[in-house]
Design a protein around this ligand. Structure first.
Ligand code: AMP
Ligand code: FE
Ligand code: FE
Ligand code: ZN
Length: 281
């Protein structure tokens, strides 16, 4: 059984349509794939229909943008109720604020580079969660940079003068909201420190107290020694350990299925969730 619990579609900042993410998972020989777009579940239906047709299991999920003491935290939610009002209120607020934030970043960037809001809007699939990757795509289209990666290494870096923050709920609140919506909260790439600050172990312990279920340990943004430390932390806090690709289509080097999660951990996630079910083909 090969299980990848973290992938993005064009419903947020991936480059593949949700159906194409599922097809890519099948091509990679996966048995299970989770669709975890940023702050939205709008890709679930299309992905589920394709998964049923192709006979692969789909775990409906989402990656919630949150923060702890101003440090960005990404929280994966699996199998929550997509109609839960309290959770929807937070993700809609984040998605709305992401638009204004992207506009403000474009205003700043436009002082030094040829870029308009229309350029960026043209890179966003209708209704998708807007993010810096869309600004990156517009900069690539304008010939300012050669790739998303180059954009993130400079103009879009969180320490760049063009950077603007967006609204995000507190991570402990988000953990509680996911649980209340019947979902299973797992902290995404807890030690991915190359793109900004990461929270320390005490913050993660606090999230565990709030109901966090697991840590995403096997992820390309973690060094081997970071994975060892995270496994130890998960053991101490009684948390599940997952691994996943964080696939974004052609938007990132991450290949679908490059890291995986054990069947026992998926079983534990499934046994805990009450919001919605794994879609089986
Ligand atoms: P935002 O949520 O709008 O602040 O943008 C962050 C998103 O940008 C993350 O979800 C990543 O998927 C993406 N990202 C970060 N660094 C890179 C990179 N070097 N290349 C491509 N995408 C990236
Ligand atoms: Fe992303
Ligand atoms: Fe993330
Ligand atoms: Zn992600």
């Amino acid at each position: 059984m090969r299980i990848d619990l973290h992938a993005h579609s064009a419903a947020s900042d991936g480059t593949d349509a949700p159906a194409e993410v599922v097809r890519a998972a099948v091509r990679a020989g996966l048995d299970v794939v989770a669709l975890t777009d940023h702050d939205t579940t709008s890709g679930w239906e299309e992905a589920a229909a394709t998964a049923r047709r192709l006979g692969i299991a789909l775990v409906p999920g989402m990656e919630i943008s949150c923060q702890a003491g101003g440090i960005s935290v990404h929280l994966l939610s699996y199998l929550h109720d997509p109609t839960d009002e309290a959770l929807l209120a937070e993700t809609s607020r984040t998605r709305d604020d992401r638009v204004g934030r992207a506009r403000r970043m474009v205003e700043r960037i436009a002082q030094d580079h040829p870029l308009t809001w229309d350029d960026v809007a043209g890179q966003v699939t209708d209704g998708a969660t807007v993010g810096r990757p869309h600004i990156a795509d517009a900069l690539v289209a304008r010939g300012v940079v050669a790739s998303r990666d180059e954009a993130f290494a400079g103009i879009l870096d969180s320490r760049s003068p063009y950077y603007v923050r967006h609204y995000a709920p507190g991570a402990a609140d988000a953990v509680r909201l996911v649980r209340a919506a019947g979902g299973v909260p797992v902290m995404a790439h807890p030690r991915a420190g190359r793109r900004g600050r990461v929270v320390d172990d005490e913050v993660i312990a606090g999230l565990a107290d709030a109901g966090l279920a697991g840590l995403e340990v096997d992820h390309r943004d973690h060094l081997p020694e970071e994975r060892v430390a995270l496994r130890g932390l998960a053991r101490d806090l009684g948390l599940l350990v997952t691994g996943a690709s964080d696939y974004h289509g052609t938007g990132k080097l991450n290949g679908i299925g490059e890291h995986t999660t054990s069947p026992a951990v998926l079983e534990a996630i499934e046994a805990t969730a009450t919001g919605t079910r794994v879609v089986r083909g």
